[in-house]
Design a protein around this ligand. Structure first.
Ligand code: PGA
Length: 252
């Protein structure tokens, strides 16, 4: 049985004061137990604050990005070992904003995934098609190409078997549009089958595949009811503790 993961991608939002408030209220309102894994992804300058506030709680934390190199002259970058040093469990890799605004390539993303796993992190690998690709029915092909870059890396199969995948249709991110639960389920089952054929059935069966793109408490119930949707990667709504926790409650 795969556990549900509810992950909050804060993107480039927050301040020490705002994060103090958000994390305090998350900790205070989170049910003592449920069947959900919880994680938040603060901007890198606030990871230390998340660590000091969340240590010993049920909420894990992670980075929003990582450098594909282990250390050295890479001004502005953050390494996988630095994330581990601050207690991160997860790291988001290949978010569409990294792919499209910062032109990260599939190959670079594959390197990041491998180096993150080697450091002991669990990558949350984001895949998904743009609006134009969706309209020209290229979803399947785009996602296969994104996954192939990882699978074909010499260490990629091992790395992907230790990762979480997030399907995030780019046209649904921050737009208020969501894929219907049926459409998302269809893509998720295709991702699982592709992993099964190319990496292994055991890996595919246990892999958490999250949906992301305008997830809110009022659309999460139907998404989380789908057999191959194992959680959500939440952007905007994760900045509101009531909404974020409300999304996790939709699973029960
Ligand atoms: P959104 O973002 O929930 O604001 O659409 C999701 C994401 O980018 O991970």
């Amino acid at each position: 049985m795969r556990k549900t993961l509810i992950a909050g991608n804060w993107k480039m939002n927050g301040s020490q004061a705002a994060i103090d408030q958000l994390l305090s209220s998350l900790k205070a309102s989170l049910p003592e137990r449920d069947n959900v894994d919880w994680a938040v992804f603060p901007p890198s300058t606030y990871i230390a604050q998340a660590q000091s506030m969340l240590e010993g709680s049920r909420i894990a934390w992670g980075g929003q990005n990582v450098c594909e190199h282990p250390e050295g002259a890479y001004t502005g970058e953050v390494s996988a070992s630095m994330l581990v040093d601050f207690g991160c469990k997860y790291v988001i890799i290949g978010h569409s904003e990294r792919r499209h605004i910062y032109n990260e390539t599939n190959e670079q993303i594959a390197e990041k995934i491998v180096i993150a796993v080697e450091a002991g992190l669990t990558p949350v690998i984001c895949v998904g098609e743009t609006q134009a690709q969706f309209e020209s029915e290229m979803t399947r092909e785009v996602i296969r190409t994104q996954l192939d870059a990882v699978i074909n890396h010499p260490e990629g199969k091992e790395a992907i078997s230790r990762s979480v995948i997030a399907y995030e249709p780019v046209w649904a991110i921050g737009t208020g549009l969501t894929a219907t639960p049926e459409l998302a389920q269809d893509v998720h089952i295709r991702i699982r089958s592709y992993i099964s054929e190319n990496v292994g059935k055991k890996v595919a069966d246990s892999m958490q595949i999250l949906y992301g793109g305008s997830v809110k408490p009022d659309n999460a119930t139907n998404l989380l009811a789908q057999p191959d949707i194992d959680g959500c990667l939440v952007g905007g709504a994760s900045l509101d503790p009531t909404k974020f926790i409300g999304i996790g409650k939709c699973k029960n």
